[in-house]
Design a protein around this ligand. Structure first.
Ligand code: UD1
Length: 360
């Protein structure tokens, strides 16, 4: 019965993890969370600032440990302390540029972290896993909208993407070897937005590289101008097209996947989590300006190396099998992100927010 299940969430202090935990707690799951704060904010007592706010939003408790998945003994100790029923594995480093500069760091962190986790799960007889994968595993699409049957692993443009692909392969292999494994890999498209309360959102420690935080930094005056990479793609306005999905929709997709694993044995399945809608960078900028009443000066420069021109999902498989569908519009993604940004101009490190934080 899902309401009694305890979910072990790795990387739960991060952007997607923290939003997913709100949905898990609301759905009646208990959570045990680990994070090493490599790309999320910690408070003075070693707590996760985001997760304290998740507790405020949900009125529920989050059990949290600062733990690096490369420290297998620490991981083992946590599994020994709690009865873990299933795992959602978000913890990974994900900066495309950084991954090209430091490939070993990416392979070590993402692959060894996953291996340690799988070995500990096996040791404790826990075989249910939801894995954070990415549409990057498809490489440059051969057809659109992209379905799960599209080839993967060819022409992946960066090391980060390869770590996701290698892990998917590894997961498929272990499910062949041991039928007890019950695994779903979710291929995310581009998450945007924030929880509608404005209390949690995207606040990486590493430099901003994704489009929405950069737009928002320009809107709030921290950056003078947005740089748009490429105005000469074969798209209606020349800028790149992506499938932007509200982070709360992505979060509910994880709950749907977990519910499915609890209900029936899947062995190994993959699902796209997207909206099915392609949106250009300029369309996103214009929508943000319109719904927030801000102005985003921009300049169009050369294409970014390794960028894909057009990518959007066919998300029908998730709708059919997981009974999940994205609900939130592009407007909501912009409004919710802007609410988070204006309530927390410097993210979780903002001195005064509209929320009282005891630890500040
Ligand atoms: C990238 C990665 C993807 C990863 C995701 C999360 C690639 C090919 N994909 O996705 O694997 O899962 O980040 O970290 O690198 N853009 C600008 N100006 C900016 C920033 C972005 O014009 O300053 C454009 C990009 O060219 C792209 C769109 O905005 O067309 C979205 O970019 P971004 O948010 O970085 O995501 P992806 O590149 O799609």
């Amino acid at each position: 019965m899902s309401h009694l299940s305890t979910v072990f969430v790795t990387g739960g202090a991060g952007y997607i993890g923290s939003h997913c935990i709100v949905e898990l707690l609301s759905a009646g799951y208990e959570v045990v969370v680990v994070d090493n704060f490599v790309n999320s904010v910690n408070g003075p007592d070693g707590e996760s600032v985001a997760l304290k706010r998740v507790e405020a939003i949900t009125g529920k408790t989050v059990t949290f440990y600062e733990c690096d998945l490369l420290d297998k003994t620490a991981l083992e100790n946590i599994f020994a302390k709690h009865k873990i029923d299933c795992v959602i594995h978000f913890a990974a480093i994900k900066s495309v540029g950084e991954s090209m500069e430091y490939p070993l760091l990416y392979y070590k962190n993402n692959l060894i972290g996953m291996l340690n986790l799988l070995e500990i799960m096996e040791q404790f007889g826990c075989f249910q896993l939801v894995f954070s994968s990415s549409c990057t595993v498809y490489g440059e699409p051969n057809f659109l909208p992209i379905t799960e049957t599209h080839s993967v692993g060819h022409n992946i443009t960066n090391v980060y993407g390869k770590t996701k692909y290698f892990i998917e392969e590894m997961l498929e292999d272990i499910t062949h070897a041991n039928k007890k494994w019950n695994i779903i890999a979710l291929r995310y498209f581009n998450p945007l937005g924030a929880h509608p309360s404005g209390l949690i959102g995207e606040d990486p420690i590493k430099p901003f590289a994704n489009i929405m935080p950069l737009i928002s930094q320009v809107a709030i005056g921290h950056l003078p101008i947005l740089t748009i990479f490429g105005g000469d793609y074969s798209t209606p306005d020349g800028t790149g097209i992506r499938d932007y999905i509200h982070v709360m929709d992505l979060a509910s997709g994880h709950v749907a996947a977990l519910n499915m694993l609890q209900k029936s044995h899947q062995n190994y399945k993959v699902y796209n989590l997207g909206t099915g809608q392609g949106v250009s960078v300029l369309q996103l900028v214009k929508t943000f300006e319109r719904v927030t009443g801000t102005a985003i000066p921009y300049k169009i420069v050369e294409r970014r190396e390794g960028d894909i021109s057009v990518m959007y999902a066919n998300a029908e498989l998730a709708e059919r099998e997981l009974e999940w569908k994205s609900k939130h519009s592009l407007e909501e993604m912009c409004v919710d992100f802007w609410r988070w940004q204006t309530m927390n101009p410097d993210g979780y490190r903002t001195k005064s927010t509209k929320m009282t934080n005891g630890h500040r």
